[in-house]
Design a protein around this ligand. Structure first.
Ligand code: TYD
Ligand code: MG
Length: 489
């Protein structure tokens, strides 16, 4: 940009107030919006008192488009073989699957999660496992673990607890991005680098404190550029805010290739690694781990874990055959519906969408004549897992009716199906996979949506389970001896 342009002219031309090199600007610490002057409220995200002064990075001044000095770029066709399709597999299959089948060289993964959920443990175990395998060139993988949160001794202590004391991992405790980049840029490039966490890293050319949006963005940017240039897979650990989004680095989510959330209920011992963005694989994959005294253990068969504490023949409980990512998963849905003490009835949901529950309750009342508006309703997905599929509707309805009627859902029955607003039961994806999992776990019966015309569906002869197809929610009332409601409606 020409230096002769005045600030006013630049503002008019580029639509935002461009500040001169090394002057300050004001950045919202919640969403990253940039303002030329301080304000109490961020207009972009609506938060109050989140705007803080930061030094503008030198690169913030936009270069005039079409200016001199640009190099010509080469265009290529869409066909062609990628340079490398090699995926580095850690051998921890729950992690490899969520990463899309292994790590791609030069890819950047951001792992978010509540404090203490096990991010550092997972990544230390991952580097430990990776250091035992070979890279594309057939050499042992070189892993680097840089912690900005814990001292070398603390990480060593954890490693010995995890049985990884002898693993060949290069460990350092550092926070200065310039030092880290200089170190990783010299000598032979490592294959995998872990930065724990991006909020503790700081770029010394910026005045703001570590963890601020400016620091996270600048530090992230430097590290990501280095990873792409030197071709190592980079894990960035990110903290989450109390709202559950990655703190500060929303900006980072756009810059990285893969975003994973490590979630779980503190009261439960299992943890779920969920992919929310992946440039190299499916995003709805999950990996299930169990936190033990020797670190995170893989859970290859989550259904067995989620159903482990189920007691048969109790009213208000129903086993739902769901799909998470590419994997079938059976979970127990528990409902408790009791007469409300007056006022507006309570609805409490753990592990499911509360508006989805409101819809199922409304359909039961309006289409099946079951009075729910005078009852408090509590719904719990046992084990602490969070369900996202609408296919759980029918299982929720069955658990609710079972609780109201005090008649248990048969203990050897699984249920799945989506419910429409008129009470019709709709088909859901992959019924065969759900039934196969149920058969594997010893279930004998299944309550499923009706076969779709001209679409592939499961025939009784395809499975060992006895199938009951149900077209409308009203039919479900018979199972719970509530047929009189049906006549009323
Ligand atoms: P950590 O990996 O430090 O969490 P984060 O990096 O996400 O903040 O996890 C620490 C928790 O895990 C801590 O509460 C103790 C527990 N833990 C175990 O139960 N077993 C173990 O073997 C380890 C290493 C940690
Ligand atoms: Mg940690």
């Amino acid at each position: 940009m020409s230096n002769s342009l005045s600030t006013a002219v630049r503002t008019a031309r580029f639509g935002w107030k461009c500040v001169a090199k090394n002057t300050s600007r004001f950045v919202c610490q919640n969403c990253g919006a940039v303002y030329p002057r301080w304000a109490g409220k961020c207009e972009a995200c609506g938060e109050w008192n989140t705007i803080a002064e930061e030094e503008a990075p030198a690169a913030a001044a936009p270069k005039a488009t079409g200016g001199k000095g640009g190099r010509k770029i080469e265009f290529v066709g869409l066909s062609g073989v990628p340079e490398t399709s090699f995926r580095l597999k850690s051998g921890i299959s729950e992690l490899d699957r969520v990463c899309g089948g292994g790590l791609v060289a030069g890819s950047v993964l951001l792992i978010g999660g509540d404090p203490g959920i096990g991010k550092s443990t997972l990544l230390l175990q991952a580097t430990g496992a990776l250091s035992r395998v070979c890279n594309a060139a057939g050499k042992p993988v070189r892993c680097v673990y840089i912690s900005g949160e814990e001292s070398v001794d603390q990480v060593r202590l954890r490693a010995s607890r995890l049985g990884l004391a002898s693993a060949n991992v290069d460990l350092a405790s550092a926070t200065n991005v310039r030092d880290i980049v200089a170190t990783l840029d010299s000598g032979e490039a490592p294959d995998v680098v872990v930065i724990d966490s991006i909020q503790t890293m700081f770029v010394d050319t910026l005045d703001s404190a570590p963890g601020t949006v400016g620091q996270v963005r600048a530090g992230g940017n430097e590290l990501i550029r280095l990873a792409k240039r030197r071709g190592f897979a980079l894990f960035l650990v990110g903290h989450v805010t109390k709202e559950g989004t990655l703190a500060g680095p929303r900006v980072l989510e756009h810059m990285v290739d893969t975003v994973l959330y490590f979630e779980g209920d503190r009261g439960h011992h299992f943890r779920i690694l969920r992919g929310v963005k992946n440039r190299f694989g499916a995003t709805d994959e999950i990996g299930v781990f169990e936190m033990t005294d020797k670190g995170l253990a893989e859970v290859p068969n989550p259904s067995a874990l989620f159903l482990a504490e189920r007691r048969g023949n109790i009213s208000g409980s129903c086993v739902y055959a769901g799909i998470e990512g590419s994997r079938p998963m059976l979970v127990e849905i528990q409902a408790l519906a009791g007469i409300s003490g007056g006022g507006s009835p309570r609805r409490a949901v753990v592990g499911w969408d509360s508006s989805r529950l409101a819809m199922v309750l409304a359909v039961l009342e309006a289409r099946c004549g079951v009075r729910m508006s005078d009852k408090d309703v509590y719904l719990n997905v046992a084990g602490g897992i969070r369900l996202t599929e609408p296919a759980a509707d029918l299982a929720v309805a069955a658990a609710l009716l079972s609780s109201v009627s005090q008649i248990p859902v048969p203990a050897d029955m699984v249920v799945f199906g989506e419910i429409g607003l008129s009470g019709e039961v709709r088909a859901v994806p992959q019924p065969g996979l759900r039934l196969k999992e149920a058969a594997k776990l010893g279930f004998a019966r299944a309550l499923i949506p009706p076969a779709r015309v001209n679409k592939k569906s499961v025939k009784e002869s395809d499975t060992v389970l006895r199938l009951t197809e149900i077209g409308h929610l009203k039919t479900l009332l018979d199972m719970f001896g509530m047929a009189e409601n049906r006549r009323d409606s």
